[in-house]
Ligand binder design. Structure first.
Ligand code: SF4
Length: 74
């Protein structure tokens, strides 16, 4: 399934447009990140990783999910 990726360096938000029901829960919950009129429409740099994880859990359709980045050991 088509999946768009929005990384912030720690996690990546995955968005599957075909599952999105456009309920706009994400836009109402975290409008500084989700703006359907902007490109990219998800700006992960505008919230903390914790805020992003909590918001993604509220998406009613499963269109949003989180992929953890591998730990960056130097
Ligand atoms: S909350 Fe989920 S289903 Fe609703 S608009 Fe956002 S991504 Fe789409």
């Amino acid at each position: 399934m088509e999946t768009h990726e929005y990384p912030n360096g720690e996690i990546t938000i995955l968005w599957k447009p075909k599952l999105c029901v456009h309920a706009a829960v994400c836009v109402k919950t975290l409008s500084k990140v989700y703006n359907p009129k902007a490109r990219p429409w998800i700006k992960t740099e505008n919230a903390t990783t914790q805020e992003l994880i909590e918001q993604v859990a509220k998406c009613p359709s499963g269109a949003l999910s989180i992929k953890k980045e591998p730990n960056n050991f130097e």
